[in-house]
Design a protein around this ligand. Sequence first.
Ligand code: ADP
Length: 400
Amino acid sequence: MKILVVNAGSSSLKYQLIEMTDEEVICKGTVECIGIDGSNICHKVNGKEYVIEKSLANHTDAFNLVMDCLTDKEYGSIKSPKEIGAIGHRVVHSGEEFDRSTYVDAEALKKLESIVNLAPLHNPASLACLKSCMSIVDCPNVVVFDTAFHSTMPDKAKMYGIPYEDYKASKIRKYGFHGTSHKFVSQEAIKYLKSKGLPCSKIVTCHLGNGSSITAVKDGKCVDTSMGMTPLEGLIMGTRSGNIDPAAVEMLANFKGMNLKEISNYLNKKSGFLGVSGVSSDFRKLCEAIGNGNERAKLAYDMFNYQIRKFIGSYAVAMEGLDCIVFTGGIGENGSLIRRTVTENMEFLGVKIDGSVNDNAPRGTLVDISAKDSKVRVLVIPTNEELVIARDTKEIVEAL
Ligand code: ADP
């Protein structure tokens, strides 16, 4: 079965066509600037890239262009849309309406419409894209949520200390994000640890990228995670502040003369590595600036490092032990320095890495960077969120 995975942002649409018999990516691409000037598609197949510039007013136009590329006589991969067995859609926020990946029927569509405002930057785009797909291709559609893997969090971990009736009415609580990534890497870690006869019940997964989150996975299930009602909570990130005293937000808004919407934009887009360092939101550029003696870049790095360590420590206590730490995401997979500094002096927790294996870890594959005598395994695992979406979609569609 061929599954098309789509990930719609407010002005972008990423896609991959995956052959599920061998889980090979047949082709993939990105549509950018939907609804804005300069819209284009970059379609990649057989190591070649095809860029087409075309005015695209909305997600329906964008999806039509994706289908044109997929079925193109010269560089297409399928003869007709009928070859697509199912479409799997990434949806950022499920609210409390869904706790797992779900086949889209009329009832699910209604529920999706009811939660569109929970992630105002993302959910409307996913819904628009889903509706386009449903009208253009005649195949089953499945929605896969960033929040779903975290639905197993106990109440004590997911609740905020606000009046309970307000939580009930508003559904405002911790949901967590990057769930498909945390699910994928924790499952890969469990497979690896089991194959070595090692314990695998208490795992901390660190997804470190432009957005970063850390999750405690006990017996394969999420018991806590660092992001919250929105992806702003938790660690300092590329442009996001991470945790901040809510009362300081009001003070900051007064100081800057900003209203609530503006201060939210400021904390999401102008803070984090970018705001603290004044250099960049990009971790590589931050590290370059540190190399050139930039102290504010060093401060941003130290904050990130310290906060990751604190989350690992607190989750080890929450799970009453630690068997494995996983690093993933652009920074976690490629940044040997951050893996080294995060795990430094953690022997009291049973964590010790092999510096040389860490520094020379090949990319794109699972690498065990733990020292031989480390009680806790430390793994680098490339994430694959699209594959999780495709696998969930296949499973659901086959059971229909
Ligand atoms: P997103 O959250 O947008 O999916 P990614 O997971 O792709 O982001 O991560 C992007 C981050 O990874 C950027 O901050 C980038 O600087 C960082 N990164 C990429 N390559 C490296 C590298 N070799 N060393 C350190 N950081 C890296």
